[in-house]
Design a protein around this ligand. Structure first.
Ligand code: IMP
Length: 424
């Protein structure tokens, strides 16, 4: 519901225990989830974290961008920890591939933008999606067919070489070298390629319990996010339909994961940002787990932003909210919540569409009393301090969506689940 890193991984992981099928439908290894199971930490970038439950099958659909080297590393890492993937992980032939030239171009474009750089993860996501819409991408189905892959790659490498040499004065790419490395990856990935979208359509007909996990965050959406400081896929709930090839009528419930405060990595505005001095009092980045899983960057910190929450609730059609990391606020004597923005003397309920205006908005705050007690041991909503409940009620009223989950720490058991999400 914000800029990613809300702690979706944990919520997805919890709901996965009740699902049969878990589906990842957009983005690539720019995403990252960290899951704690007991004292064991697992980091995921592409594979749905539901894979940790032996009964669950995981699907990576056509809307994703897959770096084969990264995916194979993730597969190997899980296998080394005793998690069986064969027959449990399936990849769509429609998914696009990320190659080394996408990663190089990502960095070159960023350098070219200078002070206007987006602050990408450098994983080649933007250039891969750009190739998809320019219709020069390579998809998984083609990748695992060496004859077709060779032909397609040759054509693209010639085109990329023109760009690399004439615009960036970089050395040319060696086609044979790229082909040889990727041919090996393709052989290893081929057993996972499967007619995913048709299989999922069949399972939906049988009313199977399917969980579609989002990646990144609403305001990184390529259309409705804080453009141009966004990622290159559709990160809102509708992006799931598009990326997984399912119709909107098939999604029965949408859960919006939202952090009890706001964070952002990469560049672009963060209206409720607190200054560096206060940030130290607000949280310790390491203790609060506010260091990116993918890039190791420290996240910028801000107060809860109501206009963003409200707009995200609308854009996603959220039925419920999962509020995460409430415990991080436990020590604060008072907590600010942004209820609107002032821009040129006018009060705004939702963020402006133009970045230059968004950069100028002044947050209008409501100051709520803190609770200064640990919430981490609460096992029911009634056990939360009164001021924590007031805080949660205020977030609900700003977003106009009821809260269904409250997360009070990274562990699976530190969660209050207020409803059953798999019953209509
Ligand atoms: P890209 O997705 O690597 O192109 O990066 C574009 C912007 O999205 C940058 O500001 C990244 O930091 C941000 N971004 C992409 N994925 C995530 C995510 O999963 N969490 C948080 N930020 C992300």
């Amino acid at each position: 519901m914000q800029w990613g890193d809300e702690g979706k991984g944990k919520v997805i992981d919890l709901l996965s225990s009740q699902a049969e099928y878990i589906v990842r439908s957009q983005g690539g290894n720019n995403a990252g989830h960290t899951i704690m199971v007991g004292t064991e930490e697992y980091r995921f970038h592409l594979i749905p974290s539901g894979i940790l439950y032996p009964h669950v099958r995981c699907y990576i659909t056509g809307g994703t961008a897959i770096d084969p080297e990264v995916l194979l590393k993730e597969i190997r890492g899980l296998e080394e920890r005793g998690i069986e993937l064969k027959g449990r992980l399936f990849i769509s032939p429609y998914a696009h591939l990320i190659f080394s030239y996408h990663r190089s171009l990502d960095k070159l474009y960023e350098a070219q933008k200078g002070e206007h750089a987006i602050g990408t993860t450098g994983r080649g996501i933007g250039p891969c999606y750009a190739d998809r819409v320019s219709r020069i991408g390579v998809r998984m189905g083609e990748f695992v067919r060496p004859d077709i892959f060779k032909k397609r790659l040759k054509q693209v490498v010639a085109q990329k070489n023109q760009e690399l040499t004439s615009i960036f004065h970089e050395p040319t790419l060696d086609f044979e070298e790229i082909f040889a490395a990727n041919e090996k990856y393709a052989k290893l990935l081929a057993p996972y390629v499967y007619d995913v979208e048709n299989f999922l359509a069949g399972a939906l007909k049988k009313d199977s319990k399917m969980l579609f996990e989002g990646a990144h965050g609403t305001f990184l959406d390529v259309t409705f996010g804080t453009y141009p400081y966004v990622t290159s896929s559709s990160t809102i709930a509708a992006g799931i339909c598009n990326g997984a090839g399912v119709g909107p009528s098939q999604i029965t419930r949408t859960l919006g994961v939202i952090k009890a405060y706001t964070t952002r990595v990469g560049n672009g505005p963060l209206p409720t940002a607190i200054n560096a001095e206060d940030e130290k009092l607000f949280l310790d980045h390491t203790a609060a787990r506010e260091i990116g899983t993918t890039t190791g960057r420290k996240r910028r910190i801000g107060w809860f932003d109501g206009p963003l929450g409200r707009f995200a609730a609308r854009l996603n059609g959220a039925n419920d909210l999962a509020v995460t990391k409430l415990d991080v606020l436990d020590h604060l004597p008072s907590i600010k919540v942004c209820k609107g923005y002032m821009l040129d003397g006018e009060m705004l309920e939702i963020p402006p569409s133009i970045m230059e205006d968004f950069q100028r908005v002044q947050p209008v705050y409501e100051v709520l009393d803190g609770w200064q007690t640990s919430t981490r041991e609460a096992t029911s909503i009634e056990q939360l301090p009164k001021n924590a409940r007031k805080y949660l009620n205020y977030l609900e009223s700003l977003c106009e969506v009821p809260i269904g989950i409250i997360s009070l720490g990274p562990e699976r058991e530190k969660t209050l689940i207020l409803k059953d999400f798999f019953t209509n």
